[in-house]
Design a protein around this ligand. Structure first.
Ligand SMILES: Cc1cc2nc3c(=O)[nH]c(=O)nc-3n(C[C@H](O)[C@H](O)[C@H](O)COP(=O)(O)OP(=O)(O)OC[C@H]3O[C@@H](n4cnc5c(N)ncnc54)[C@H](O)[C@@H]3O)c2cc1C
Length: 405
């Protein structure tokens, strides 16, 4: 019987261990925390967006980093396989907007418990301190000063964000110490900082159904989207901003500006007519009191300040040119972007063990026989929507199956 060590009891580690157990192997799952799946338990704001009920093409469109590396793993265990897997374990699922899949109970713990029940007899709560290999073959794992021998080791230690959950980059360090190439870690799916005073002024304001466009210094559009975002004391966050963060890895070295279209359903002409009509109803009012039908109240003082029009100007004195510049401001409300929030606040880590080091069909190291990787420790990442957990599950199944036979 093959002896397998799985390092890390998160989404990938529990799935890998469960699969290898089902394949009849002698499995030990090492988890440094006293509970399994600590990060999994906080996913999807405690609801766990467990996968995305989309087709194959759509899945790969949502993987900005190294999608091809995942072709085999995804064929082995698709989003539909993930859904069947949890439903068969007695966790009914539902599909929400954007094909996001959640447990009907809205409890991430139902997903954690379903996986944990499959592996709990095989868990050792200890931190692995290293991996030993000799002559290009795995020897075992180091725990508490001893080396415990195994035929295969599957590294599922995650990335380096939300380190309190236990993922602080051990697996990446192990890979490096064994001579494997790693890609520097950067935050992804992370809120973005802005030097603009108007962000803290509108802290807590959430915008729905707006369009955003991010442009580089040359005015080239690098990302556009439609949906939700929020202002914070440091800058901006929300679903669209998190996705934007994975499209501009060089933020800080390069400068980007975010433009918010407050009225995406109207073109400039229609918006100008709308302004004319709103102003027509408020001719003798102060400018600042004429915008409540157009903008959320928290935004009005900021908008007025940025327009350069005095708040107590009477609406009837606003010129056509001034109205035109208001239209531009409504269609292109600017927020300068200066940097990412720290990696510890990132939903995922970009970077990790280089895909060049790993056989994509088996997830075995090309240099060390019997060493496998699965989940976020590998240099692959996706947008929000359940895609990152799907990566964890499909790589775990592939690594476990390859390690088992
Ligand atoms: C706030 C938040 C919300 C998220 N929401 C979603 C979502 O809804 N949908 C989605 O698809 N993705 C989501 N993600 C991303 C997703 O959680 C991760 O991509 C996924 O958990 C990665 O799984 P993993 O098993 O590779 O790593 P992890 O889940 O990070 O697990 C790694 C495990 O390894 C253990 N470990 C590390 N080093 C050692 C060691 N030396 N010895 C023993 N154990 C060790 C850690 O304690 C940890 O339990 C979210 C992430 C965050 C931070």
């Amino acid at each position: 019987m093959k002896r397998i060590a799985v390092i890390g009891g998160g989404a990938a580690g529990m799935m890998a261990a469960a699969r290898a157990i089902a394949n009849g192997c002698d499995v030990t799952l090492y988890e440094r925390n006293d509970m399994l799946g600590r990060k999994l338990a906080i996913t999807g704001k405690g609801r766990c967006n467990v996968t995305n009920n989309c087709d194959r093409d759509e899945f790969f469109k949502n993987i900005p980093t190294n999608p091809r590396f995942l072709y085999s793993s995804y064929s082995n265990f698709s989003a539909q396989n993930t859904m069947e897997f949890f439903e068969n374990l007695g966790v009914p699922l539902k599909t929400e907007r954007g094909n996001r899949v959640f447990p009907i109970s809205d409890r991430a713990f139902d997903i954690v418990d379903a996986l944990a029940n499959l592996v709990k007899k095989n868990v050792v709560h200890a931190r692995v301190s290293g991996i030993e290999a000799e002559n290009g073959e795995i020897v075992g794992v180091k725990v508490g000063g001893n080396t415990i021998p195994y035929d295969a080791v599957i590294v599922c230690t995650g990335g380096v964000s939300y380190q309190k959950t236990g993922s602080d980059g051990d697996g990446i360090r192990f890979a490096r110490s064994l001579g494997l190439e790693t890609v520097p870690c950067r935050p992804s799916l992370v809120p973005i900082e802005s030097p603009d005073r108007h962000c803290p002024d509108m802290q807590g304001l959430s915008l729905k159904n707006v369009a955003i466009k991010a442009e580089d210094e040359n005015g080239k559009t690098v990302y556009q989207d439609f949906g939700e975002m929020m202002f914070t004391h440091f800058g901006v966050t929300g679903p669209m901003i998190l996705s934007l963060s994975s499209m501009i890895p060089d933020l800080g070295e390069k400068k980007y500006t975010l433009y918010i279209d407050m009225k995406p359903a109207l073109d400039e002409k229609e918006l100008d007519n709308r302004l004319l009509s709103d102003f027509g109803k408020n001719l003798n009012r102060d400018f600042i009191n004429s915008l409540s039908a157009l903008l959320p109240s928290r935004m009005i003082p900021v908008f007025v300040k940025m327009s350069g029009i005095s708040p107590d100007r009477k609406v009837n004195s606003i010129t056509k040119e001034e109205r035109r510049s208001l239209v531009t401001l409504l269609k292109r409300f600017p927020v300068r972007l200066s940097g990412f929030r720290p990696i510890n606040e990132a939903i995922i880590t970009k970077g990790g063990v280089s895909v060049k080091e790993i056989n994509p069909k088996t997830l075995e190291s090309k240099k060390i026989k019997g060493l496998y990787f699965a989940g976020e420790v590998i240099d692959v990442d996706a947008y929000t929507g359940g895609f990152n957990l799907q990566i964890a599950f499909c790589t775990a199944v592939t690594a476990a199956d390859s390690a088992s036979w």
